[in-house]
Design a binder for this molecule. Structure first.
Ligand code: ZN
Length: 317
């Protein structure tokens, strides 16, 4: 562990980076460097059904091409599954987690019978206190206050009912693995997309329940949207970043935060940027819109759409 701490970039290996995820990587990198911190890359790949080593390779190649290299060996979460399962067992022992045998159908039935419940969320905490000994493992959300966010104010209360930490089939969910790794003591800055802000309160509660480091600074970044206002995401088939255009990609993305750069090698561009970078430019922003001509140019340039991942499901909660 380094004494000053680290920022991190933690993409899930469900597809290559698109402009939105490169934006997050870049800002987290610049903020860490600005503060004199290390920057580490962690691949969220515990969901073996959705993630692949090809996507991991693609992401790391894309980062490297843009001058973004981890200061520590890249952490593959798939190599750490026993740590996360041990954390879940600890939470069961301390009664901060419990087994649940609800199905999507049974949760929906209860929601239909009780109109105040959401149809897709275990927000009636049905299995708490039933003493079940198998099934999925859910965390008991509690009243601990949410973390403060540098850009958005409070990160807000947990956005859903008790989340699943470990699915009945043994797959560890992101909400647990990310909480455990962010609580290692090394990570002092959590800079990520605002679409994950709803997890912050829950993950802070998980770290507190596990007695892990829980004083990270949070900054949730606006999502990039296209000229039509649609969020760039794998689900929406955002084009993958073309590594052959790394310098141009950096110039275009940094222009969104009013940093104008002359063409240069990616590494040199990033070095030039450090003096001008100010995270406060993003204060209170929830969306950043790409200019229409930029989006069009990008679409015209990228020639490889074949590896796009289509995933209609939301984060695996
Ligand atoms: Zn249940």
């Amino acid at each position: 562990m380094n004494s000053k701490g680290s920022g991190r970039f933690a993409p899930s290996a469900t597809g290559s980076l698109h402009a939105g995820s490169l934006f997050t990587a870049l800002i987290s990198y610049l903020q860490a460097r600005k503060l004199g911190l290390q920057w580490i890359v962690r691949i969220e790949d515990t969901d073996l059904e959705r993630c692949s080593s090809e996507h991991t390779e693609s992401i790391l190649t894309q980062l490297q091409a843009h001058g973004l290299e981890s200061d520590s060996p890249v952490l593959l979460q798939s190599s750490q599954i026993p740590r996360y399962l041990a954390a879940a067992q600890t939470l069961l022992k301390t009664s901060d987690a419990y087994f649940c045998q609800c199905t999507r159908a049974s949760i929906k039935r209860r929601a239909q019978a009780h109109k105040h419940l959401e149809s897709n969320v275990h927000d009636d905490h049905w299995c708490r206190g039933l003493g079940l000994t198998s099934g999925s493992i859910r965390f008991k959300v509690n009243q601990n206050p949410p973390p403060i966010d540098l850009l958005q104010g409070s990160t807000g209360e947990p956005e859903s009912g008790d989340p699943v930490l470990v699915r009945a089939n043994g797959i560890v969910n992101y909400v647990l693995s990310a909480a455990v790794d962010d609580g290692s003591g090394e990570i002092t800055q959590i800079v990520r997309g605002i679409d994950l802000m709803g997890l912050s309160s829950t993950q802070s509660q998980i770290r507190a329940a596990l007695n892990l480091a829980n004083d990270q600074v949070h900054a949730h970044l606006p999502v990039l949207v296209n000229a039509q206002g649609q969020k760039l995401s794998k689900q929406a088939l955002a084009p993958k970043i073309d590594v052959k255009l790394a310098s141009q990609n950096l110039i275009e993305i940094l222009s969104l935060i009013d940093i104008e750069l002359a063409p240069d090698h990616p590494r040199a561009l990033i070095d030039q940027t450090l003096g001008q970078f100010d995270l406060n430019k993003l204060m209170g922003l929830r969306e950043l819109r790409l200019p229409s001509d930029q989006q069009t140019r990008r679409l015209n340039r990228v020639d490889d759409y074949t590896q796009l991942t289509i995933d209609p499901r939301q984060k695996n909660l």
